[in-house]
Design a protein around this ligand. Sequence first.
Ligand code: GLU
Length: 464
Amino acid sequence: MSVRTRFAPSPTGLLHIGSAHTALFNYLFSRHHGGEFLLRIEDTDRERNTAAATQVILDGLDWLGITHDGETVFQSARVARHAEVAHQMLAAGRAYACYCTPDELKAMREQAVAEGRPPRYDGRWRDRDPAEAPPGVKSAIRLKAPRDGETVVEDLVQGTVRVANPELDDMIILRSDGTPTYLHAVVVDDHDMAITHVIRGDDHLTNTFRQVQVYQAMGWELPRFAHIPLIHGSDGAKLSKRHGAVSVLEFREQGYLPEALCNYLLRLGWGHGDSEIVSRDEAIRLFDLDGVGRAASRMDYAKLTHVNGVYLRQADDARLTHEVLQRLAHRHDLALGAIAAQRICALMPGLKERAKTLVELADNATFLARTIPLPFEPKAAALLTPEARLMLREVAQALAATDFSPAALDAALRTFAENSRRKLGQVAQPLRAALTGSTTSPGIDATLAALGRDEALARIAAVT
Ligand code: GLU
């Protein structure tokens, strides 16, 4: 049987990094086994703005390059099928109608709590004749769960997990208003979508016992389950906003590359030797559930930034230029035309060596899109002393006669420094300040070449 996994997010308005982690593992597992990876939007909570919230998930997956097979399934479109299955269970005696009123259920709960028992439904309609139903009360349908024995899950990550059946009450599968409950809907959908492996966060493990009981009641074959550990923050608590970014979109805004984020997520909870940088193709080749550990992993933002720096250095210059221009597009103080693009692309090999995120990269590239007069950072302004300005006039003369290739520029600056008995840095630092308004940039030769002769000389002239 070929592997079929699914990612089943609830549209909450964001794609949480933990959900993206789950999606990635499902995707890699299916691709590794040459199977299929499906997407189901669990949109039965009508209170929310589902269309916009769904789009956020689709955009996030698209950005991460986690592509699914087939049409997206919307759980809300399947409620009639969920109800149909509930009625089949009723007809087969594996479920029953419960006519308890909300008040009655509340009283049952309160009494259980008062007596120190867990607030479970006591099964009072399990064997009662529906003819005794009070008038005007609509029934809910409850699963006739086994009363003794245990429910066992052979989890591919957690191992064998079991619960004593008396611990579980007869859960509602269809509410009195005819809508399915979540735990029931998931089972019907996973069955109908022929899912072979349910890979999800281990916060769902307790739900699994109840879901297994639904499969058993219907006589359906169980999928394999794999409950993967959640991502925690540095303090060991479940990852939340107070730890840092949690939504995939936020990571995107903070300048992370999707392949870096995926690589980082892959290594959270899955290991293969010491290799830290694992490409997508390699991940597909190597990924399997036996490499997934049971311990919760901790989100390490500094490590992610490091991995991002590695990917940034490998990334294509034209792509990075495009990203930088997009990030600067809102800046009205810059001249963001074709010339800026050309300069940024020309200097990209040097720029990307020095940045760990696209935000940093865009900051460092900004000077290339500025117009004269440049703003000067205090440290750069301090370098432009009267003597330095005099020297820069001479430098300009030397440069005017030079071919503007990095090699020729480097040679010209070295000759100038030698002839004027200065160290190269004594020439390069004021020059850098004049050209960039700051004290840091890629190599001065590459910086000059990227600006081009006219602009470089004009920037020097503006301070001398
Ligand atoms: N919709 C659930 C969630 O977003 C996932 C359910 C499942 O994977 O079974 O947490």
